[in-house]
Design a protein around this ligand. Structure first.
Ligand SMILES: [Zn+2]
Length: 248
């Protein structure tokens, strides 16, 4: 767990457990935690059991079937007697309850983790370029606002993701983000290097989040592929690592 707790802004808060898992060559499929990428389900479930054993026994886990949408659900509607509550199609999730672990699977995309310290609400979202283009942070914020959260009180961490150094896209994708020139570099071959974490941060600022409350992991999943799964670097056949946030 220690190596997973990579977000300084959350590590300083006793009531929050948040982080992002890394690869582990000693475990099945390098400790992938995804049930949808074709590996043996039982072995992935063993990885998930190992992951959940880092938390107190009574904690429950929510994982989504992520569909590159901007759909955000209230986790309080999904909690059952099962340890893992999953297979609901959405890309974001919110709760004001303690001892619920919100989880997001990625391998290049962003996991966006949020906590409102005053309202005591947490949220988590998955966003690739489509989710960022649909501004899923806005939907996440609106769902958290139902529990009294306010943008200016929310601490945000954005997970390791494929960064501008390695994420090359065509104009068909780049054109969605031309209004964020800091996130795009045009290359000679009419391709573009895109950094959607920069777009996500600018969207957060537009929504009223405060710069000093936003932490973006500097890790590029493609550059640091030995520790993190990268869909691009591993030619589409990679596993997924998991970002998580829970309140105690
Ligand atoms: Zn890179």
């Amino acid at each position: 767990m220690k190596d997973w707790k990579i977000y300084n802004k959350f590590n300083s808060l006793n009531e929050i457990t948040a982080g992002t898992t890394t690869k582990d060559g000693n475990k099945y499929y390098n400790f992938s935690l995804a049930l949808h990428t074709g590996e043996n389900k039982r072995e992935i479930e063993i990885n998930r059991e190992k992951f959940s054993n880092y938390f107190p026994k009574n904690y429950k886990f929510i994982s989504l079937t992520q569909i590159h949408s901007n759909k955000v659900l209230d986790a309080n509607d999904l909690i059952s007697n099962n340890k893992w509550n999953r297979d609901i199609e959405a890309d974001g999730i919110v709760t004001n309850k303690k001892e619920i672990v919100l989880t997001i699977l990625t391998a290049d995309c962003l996991a966006i983790l949020m906590y409102d310290k005053k309202a005591k609400v947490i949220g988590a979202a998955h966003a690739g370029w489509r989710g960022v283009d649909q501004n899923i942070s806005k939907e996440l914020l609106q769902t958290m606002q139902k529990y009294g959260a306010r943008a200016e009180n929310i601490i945000v961490a954005i997970s390791p993701s494929i960064r501008g150094c390695c994420y090359e896209v065509g104009e068909d994708v780049a054109k969605h983000f031309f209004k964020y020139p800091n996130a795009i570099n045009k290359k000679l071959n009419n391709k573009f290097n895109l950094d959607i974490s920069i777009v996500a941060k600018e969207q957060l600022l537009e929504l009223g989040f405060i710069d000093k409350n936003i932490e973006i992991s500097p890790i590029c999943t493609s550059c640091q592929n030995s520790n993190y799964f990268s869909y691009r670097k591993e030619c589409g056949c990679s596993g997924r690592f998991m970002s998580f946030i829970a309140m105690s």
